[in-house]
Design a protein around this ligand. Structure first.
Ligand SMILES: Cc1ncc(C[n+]2csc(CCOP(=O)(O)OP(=O)(O)O)c2C)c(N)n1
Ligand SMILES: [Mg+2]
Length: 310
């Protein structure tokens, strides 16, 4: 499939009236996801920027039925919803194509507070797509650290920079033996679109994690969301890949790194544009820190490559 951006459906999940920040990555990503999933879908959300920006009650900017559930329960709620819909079809109460059930959850709701319910849904092979839009923090509550926050990033709960590396949740999901999973970026829209279309065509549990640079949280200009996302991928800080039934395939341009055809751009080109890392550039040992970050990226690329045939 080789669709082009200009050929995508004009159907919009996110309508004018959203209270999201300018350049909000959740809104950009959800618009693209909506074009791939189409009108016949149901969204399950947990507390997040996406919920906070719905707009003033009784209005909603979301042009898709949306169920708001408590933080820990996206996996259970989406799994239950999908089973309830199936039962309605079996009893003949609903006809036509079954709607796609999907979650729209942040990294806090995925990596941390909702992980137990999510992992259980994956193990049961519940029939929905879990989307994690990963803005690398608990953003709507004031930018606290999450399990997805990268090492050294300043957040309101890591004012001197985070001391631990992030959790590699994509690799954890790979080990859950689910039918389909993918990492994606809003800065590579056609790669994201293709992965969503694929996930929609597969029955069972699907996991798609979308890297989502957050201008106010990461401290860059609101017009630069897409550019920062691109630099994350080009520096190897975010890797693009997918796995169908556990078979890993690396997506372009990350595949250039795993196949040894190109090297990631220097980390400074990515982190140097974000205020959350500005403290690193004032340190006497900044070269050593950048070298460590580079080594961590190269290790992740090597590990991903090892998984291609494993
Ligand atoms: C059980 C529970 N704990 C804490 C909160 C407060 N809370 C609401 S949203 C949020 C952060 C969400 O982070 P994430 O899932 O990454 O979404 P983002 O805000 O980044 O879009 C928190 C801590 C809550 N609503 N429920
Ligand atoms: Mg978040």
């Amino acid at each position: 499939m080789s669709a082009r951006l200009q050929d995508l459906s004009s159907y919009e999940y996110v309508l004018p009236g959203s209270a999201a920040c300018a350049g909000c990555p959740s809104s950009i990503a959800l618009r693209l996801v909506g074009k791939a999933l189409g009108e016949n879908a149901v969204m399950v959300m947990t507390p997040s920027c996406a919920v906070a920006s719905t707009g003033p009650l009784p209005h909603s900017c979301y042009n898709v039925p949306a169920l708001n559930v408590c933080f820990a329960s996206a996996g259970a709620a989406a799994g239950g919803l999908s089973l309830a819909l199936e039962a309605q079809y079996e009893k003949g109460r609903l006809q036509g194509e079954m709607p796609t059930v999907f979650t729209w959850v942040g990294d806090g709701g995925t990596y941390d507070i909702g992980l137990q319910g999510l992992s259980a849904a994956a193990e049961r092979n519940d029939n929905f797509i879990h989307f994690c839009y990963n803005n690398e923090a608990y953003s709507n509550t004031g930018m606290q650290r999450s399990g997805a926050t990268p090492m050294h990033a300043v957040t309101t709960t890591t004012p001197l920079g985070k001391e631990n590396p992030r959790k590699n949740l994509a690799m954890i999901m790979l080990r859950q033996e689910i039918p389909y999973m993918a990492t994606a970026s809003l800065s590579y829209p056609m790669d994201l679109y293709r992965k969503v279309v694929k996930a929609k065509s597969i029955k069972g549990f699907k996991y798609i994690e979308i890297h989502a640079p957050c201008a106010p949280g990461w401290k860059f200009a609101t017009a630069d969301t897409v550019e920062i996302g691109r630099l994350a991928v080009r520096s190897g800080a975010w890797l693009l890949w997918e796995a169908e039934n556990g078979q890993v395939a690396v997506s372009s341009p990350t595949s250039q790194f795993t196949e040894g055809k190109a090297q990631p751009i220097p980390m400074i080109d990515y982190i140097g544009k974000q205020g959350r890392f500005a403290h690193l550039l004032k340190r006497d040992d900044q070269d050593a820190v950048l070298e460590e970050m580079r080594a961590a990226v190269l290790r992740d690329i090597r590990r991903l490559a090892e998984n291609v045939n494993g």
